[in-house]
Design a protein around this ligand. Structure first.
Ligand SMILES: [Zn+2]
Length: 204
């Protein structure tokens, strides 16, 4: 529970960050972190096209530098982009000014006003600096698709259990989520479940 759906005290650390959109609307917001990479991102794009849904991709600047063609595929397909730092760094391990400059460096490779901190945390000073430049997007549901301790059905169960109106749901177009098979299992089934429940898929 503490991981899959962030508790109030955690949300209170970053008061103007967005964890959940309008609870009055039956909408959800799919997000994908850590790409773009050739092994996974094109597969995600094909699947989203098949189900006719759009999503928001929080990208690592250095991955765009290595795979600009895949970045372009995501943009051309009409999805939205967010900044996820240049090197997927942990806030607690960096001085605030270095954290900010790593994030700004990623902006050389993408066009966005959205930011999501890798590993879900940043120092308060980093948060205060970043919110001057970005809309900071956290999440309402972490699927934990990246976990080697979970199998696909458990990842799907997290989506089914925790999703509610306005949820921002986090998957990963990363090798971690791919190599354990969790993304391939849980993503199509999650989309089907959410559609059957009547949720509209929206962009951040
Ligand atoms: Zn990440």
């Amino acid at each position: 529970m503490l991981i899959e759906q962030p508790p109030k005290f955690f949300r209170a650390l970053y008061p103007s960050a967005i964890f959940r959109m309008d609870p009055e609307e039956q909408s959800i917001y799919l997000t994908f972190d850590d790409g773009p990479i050739p092994e996974v991102t094109p597969w995600v794009l094909d699947l989203l096209e098949k189900y006719d849904v759009k999503a928001t991709f929080f990208m690592v600047g250095d991955n765009i530098r290595k795979h600009p063609d895949i970045y372009k595929m995501v943009v051309d397909a009409g999805h939205h982009i967010g900044n996820h730092t240049h090197n997927h760094i942990r806030g607690f391990e960096y001085l605030s000014r270095n954290y900010l400059s790593n994030t700004r460096k990623a902006d050389e490779y993408m066009k966005t006003e959205l930011f999501r901190p890798p590993h879900g945390h940043m120092r308060i000073m980093q948060y205060l600096l970043l919110k001057r430049f970005y809309k900071i997007i956290m999440w309402d549901v972490v699927t934990r698709d990246y976990s080697t301790k979970l199998r696909g059905p458990q990842v799907l169960a997290n989506v089914m259990k925790y999703t509610r109106n306005g949820s921002i749901i986090t998957f990963h177009d990363s090798l971690k989520s791919w190599n354990n098979g969790n993304l391939q299992y849980a993503l199509p089934r999650s989309i089907e479940f959410l559609k059957e429940e009547g949720y509209e898929f929206k962009l951040l």
